[in-house]
Design a protein. Structure first.
Length: 659
């Protein structure tokens, strides 16, 4: 049985529900930091005698937490999508945060309960009542449980019933009618199975997956998998990567807007009182994806931008950016959990958003294990084919060396939340695109604190431990990065092996090894045909800080794209570097290796498995530089016989901002 201390914490999450005259009418309990579960008949009873009794959708009621510090009343709104009269389930959304000491109650599957003793808490009287019930057996195809109890009474409806492990497996719903002669209530009562709550709100499923013995199942993490309709009518995929000159958080919001302004999204400015409304139509340069670096856009600037965008949404492609908690502190970009909660709350309130997109993040925020620690966040968003603003907040899962610290507020914690977005074209002749937004070291092979929790590996070799089956393939991996790069000498001729060119920038081996592994390894086979799109800073911030200009900071940069397809090298513009993963030995006696396209051409060609095209950081001088390119066919759709799927329409866009 749960300890007394544990039961007190469980009781703290139970709420008293009042009618319009502040008379206690029933019970509910916190299932997520902003949601309270109860019975639908309790809500109808709140509004009895009013015009809202039959349809209380969106109406506000008052609740009071038993574990609240001062017994204050909180407002809660009946969520229309979660009011299911046939199932006798209703969910209420709190208008403000629950008391700080209160944690949501975790749900568990209710199978195998027969004969078990459940405990709970309800408000059969003003001071509350501890409930105890023995499970007699299932009813209604396992949607209800028949219980035997002497103390479950009117007013307990909506109260949680938990098992020995402290997980909610049922919700008290009704008692057998009293004896018509004696008026005595029978010992028979009923509870709604936890699975009914999970069906009504699938976002609650993951809070606890428990075996029949009550032990927590072995799960690696949770999938944040969203599906959005996209206004895409042609096969080529147009993408941009934006490379700021330096990491200066106070300037990032201006660079962000200026960059998107160059792509036609230029009417996104604050509307002052008395100003005319934004036009309903505006020109947006067609693109499918724009990627910015890690730790780039301050959270407040993101909210401001999306607020403008939501006022007059026009279908547009996806934008991916790393986030920072604030623009004021250049030394940390990490978020506390309360800062993430605040960000979700502010984004939910924006015009044209789809509330369901925040469900996975709200579930994750409800996990008590995430209470302490700092997290690295990003945002992937678009305006879909229906002119709705779609937002995917995602978290970093693999900490870099720069995010490991003995200090709590500078040490990144692994999120174990794996985000995916499926883009469904409005034109049915087009195939869907699955995008995985990642942050920097999420791409490279590093040991994770939770075994098997690498965000790429987990989708294949670790899929059995996830709470949802992942998609069969990933087409685009959009990576917001902040990483230094390698400088290597380049041999320009095989005639004289001692002849060296000047040193050139090259993606670090750890990243290149990951691209190779995605093509070769069965553990990453869902990414076998994935294109990796990466945005980085031109100068790595850690290396350039504190040198007072005495030492020139090393270049980072190399924002670009990796494609796991053959490339017939062609003359490239001076601002682009192209590396290929190839074998140049015609007898196939040598292993494939990474080399520049120039060296590959010097060696009279060979067999190319993949290629990496990136901005040359030594040729860019503007505040930021964008590299635009079109992939004629994504690797999964490319015809291997015709060698389709090339990169065309490569362009460099200088972005200058008066800072």
């Amino acid at each position: 049985m749960p300890t007394e201390e544990r039961e007190r914490s469980l009781k703290a999450a139970v709420v008293k529900i009042f009618d319009t005259g502040r008379t206690p009418i029933g019970t509910g309990f916190l299932v997520r930091w902003d949601l309270v579960a109860t019975c639908a008949h309790v809500i109808k009873k709140v509004f009895r005698g009013t015009t809202h009794a039959e349809r209380p959708h969106g109406k506000s009621i008052e609740v009071q937490f038993s574990g609240g510090p001062d017994g204050s009343f909180l407002q809660a709104e009946v969520v229309p999508a979660y009011f299911k009269e046939n199932e006798d389930v209703a969910l209420l959304r709190l208008s403000e945060a629950a008391p700080a000491a209160v944690e949501p109650l975790a749900l568990a599957t209710s199978s195998g309960l027969t004969g078990q003793i459940l405990r709970g808490f309800g408000f059969a009287d003003p001071g509350g009542l501890w409930m105890a019930a023995t499970v007699a057996g299932p009813l209604d195809a396992d949607k209800r449980w028949q219980l035997s109890s002497t103390n479950i009474s009117p007013g307990c409806s909506g109260g949680p019933l938990w098992n020995d492990a402290g997980y909610v497996v049922a919700m008290a719903s009704s008692i057998r009618d009293p004896d018509p002669i004696t008026g005595r209530h029978h010992d028979t009562c009923y509870g709604r199975a936890s699975e009914v709550l999970m069906e009504v709100c699938p976002g609650l499923t993951h809070l606890s997956s428990v075996t029949r013995s009550g032990r927590t199942a072995d799960t690696t993490g949770h999938i944040n998998w969203l599906e959005w309709p996209m206004n895409r009518r042609q096969q080529p995929f147009r993408a941009y990567v934006v490379e700021p000159a330096a990491y200066k958080p106070s300037t990032h919001a201006a660079v962000f807007r200026a960059s998107l302004g160059r792509l036609g999204i230029s009417l996104l400015t604050e509307i002052k009182a008395g100003s005319p409304p934004l036009p309903t139509e505006r020109f947006i340069e067609p693109f499918d994806l724009v990627t910015f670096p890690e730790a780039f856009l301050p959270a407040a600037a993101l909210v401001h931008f999306l607020k403008d965008l939501g006022r007059s949404p026009m279908p547009m492609g996806c934008i991916h950016t790393g986030l920072s908690a604030t623009a004021e502190d250049e030394h940390t970009h990490l978020f506390r959990r309360d800062q993430l909660r605040d960000l979700v709350t502010r984004l939910q309130a924006l015009p044209a958003v789809v509330d369901q997109d925040f469900e996975p993040m709200r579930r994750w925020l409800s996990d008590p294990e995430k209470e302490r620690g700092m997290f690295n966040a990003g945002c992937f968003f678009m305006v879909d084919a229906d002119r709705r603003l779609r937002i995917c907040l995602h978290l970093k899962n693999v900490a870099s060396n720069y995010e490991t610290s003995p200090l709590l507020d500078k040490n990144m914690k692994e999120a174990c939340l794996f985000s995916l977005v499926t883009l469904r074209p409005s034109d049915r002749r087009m195939t869907s695109i699955v995008v995985q937004p990642l942050i920097c070291s999420d791409v490279i092979e590093r040991t994770t604190n939770v075994p098997g929790a690498h965000p790429i590996t987990v989708l294949t070799s670790g899929a059995a431990a996830l709470d949802r089956c992942p998609p069969d393939h990933v087409d685009i991996v959009s990576v917001a990065t902040c990483t230094p790069q390698a400088l290597v000498p380049e041999r320009v001729s095989d005639i004289d092996v001692h002849q060296q060119s000047k040193k050139r920038s090259k993606w670090k081996d750890k990243f290149c090894n990951s691209y190779e592994r995605a093509v070769r390894s069965d553990e990453w086979r869902r990414h076998r045909y994935a294109a990796f799109v990466l945005a980085n800073y031109r100068v790595f911030p850690d290396a350039s800080s504190g040198n007072s200009g005495k030492i020139a900071p090393p270049l980072a940069g190399l924002s670009g794209v990796f494609l796991p397809t053959p490339l017939k090298p062609k003359p490239c513009d001076a601002f682009v570097l192209v590396d290929v993963f190839a074998r140049t030995d015609e007898k196939f006696e040598k292993e494939e290796e990474w080399m520049s396209a120039k060296v590959f051409t010097e060696r009279k060609g060979g067999h190319v498995l993949g290629h990496l095209m990136a901005l040359d950081p030594s040729t860019a001088y503007a505040t930021a530089t964008a590299l635009g390119f079109t992939i004629t066919q994504l690797p999964r759709d490319a015809n291997r016989w015709d060698r389709t799927g090339e990169i065309v329409d490569v362009e460099q866009i200088d972005i200058r901002v008066d800072l």
